[in-house]
Design a protein around this ligand. Sequence first.
Ligand code: ATP
Length: 504
Amino acid sequence: MREELSVLLRAQYPLIYLVTSEEERAEQAVAVLAQQSTPLQRLYVWTMTHGMVEYGHPRTTGSHHNTVSPETAIDWVVRQKEPGIYIFKDLHPFIDSPGVNRWIRDAIASFKGNRKTIILMSPVQQVPIELEKEVVVLDFPLPTSGELEEVLNQRLGTGRANRLDRHGREKLLSAALGLTRDEAEKVFRRAQVVAGRLTEAEVDIILSEKKQLIRRNGILEYIEEDATLDWIGGLEELKHWLRQRSNAFTERARQYGLPQPKGLLILGVPGCGKSLIAKTSARLWGLPLLRLDMGRVYDGSMVGRSEANLRNALKTAESISPAILFIDELDKAFAGSSGSADSDGGTSSRIFGSFLTWMQEKTSPVFVIATANRVDRLPGEFLRKGRFDEIFFVDLPNQEERQDIFRIHLTRRRPQVDRFDLDQLAKISDGFSGAEIEQAVVAAMYDAFAQEREFTQLDIIAAIKSTLPLSRTMTEQVSALRDWAKQRARPAASSVAEYQRMEF
Ligand code: ATP
């Protein structure tokens, strides 16, 4: 990003929008570039509280009076004769006013050949349509591991008590990736206060603080899952695929010449374990699992806000990569993005476009696992070969798999499962999903518990008989999905079992 910024400044771009919540770091980076420029460009910073102040000068002597209002500040910039860079901090609340954006357009038109650049610096990206063609938007990246190491070194000081070996250092740093410089400084300090030292053992304190921060971001959710692949009945092909890629994000895999896996789309009948498999795969691969809540990405309060939300979330995911980004119900998330039924001023299609571009271009190891119940609502671009590494179809479990699922759910609740005839339960629960099997077991337990006794085979049979599975109420939808998947997706269960089921 710094190189990009440097190129833009040298190429005399008049207007740059720098998206960042780390004003100080970003300002320092621009200051370094300004110092290196020939001819030297002076750097000024505008805020609505102090007006225009020369960088590095105290406000009292460096400030240019009467530049507090955006219009006067821009006018002042226009009148400068020398080369300069002018950072406007948080101009976004004013930028939509016709006055301000007209002033900016006139100003940049006057810059030609003058080596002057305005940088709009703000934590949110908000570009009015009038400026869209004139501005280059850059994301100021979060600190790299090297930059965080500087923070860590300052914190550790030179004391003997805090001697940390290379391995411990790397662990602390990778735990802190994804935080801003200030946040990293705060968590290192906190870990030091809590534990009285800062060693590898404090990684958990840092991780839990990071989870808090991710929670505060509100769009990504850090999911912790205890379940392992053994908790899932059936889906052998999919499990095999996942197991085979357990070490796909290691340095060893890169050296071997393997490409980084991009993502997996799991289509299928509701309640058959799609979300569960996404969650357990994070544990299998030993990577953090971040759920992207698309509902929260959309924000109608301000134009451009939704895009900024998505960019922020993806940036955070990238900064803590390798990680798994989990998007549940992709079909719902992007349902409004195609066709003319666009009732939200094009926001959903823009969001969809940014997401696809990100998927296409991402180089950081963020593996996307997306699930969907319906293909008809899913934009075709997602299904094109090459977007995801594989598209799996999860069908209803067959008899053998149902038996497996009963065994799993009963074992999770009672140590002795020999007293149940699993074969019989599997036979009579034809058309049931995994979720419905689990519900039948739980319903049987409730019944027996209310009568103050242990639950039995008969309770489960009664619960099964009183359930109308979704596959019966939604027959058409399920068979449409199957027809589609038969041609285009890979069965998540083993192919032989799949073949039998197709006949059903
Ligand atoms: P939806 O499309 O409705 O989100 P889903 O396919 O993502 O459904 P899950 O949420 O993963 O389904 O399943 C719900 C619950 O049902 C799981 O938490 C699990 O307890 C149980 N379940 C579903 N499928 C299986 C399975 N194959 N093996 C064991 N348990 C299962």
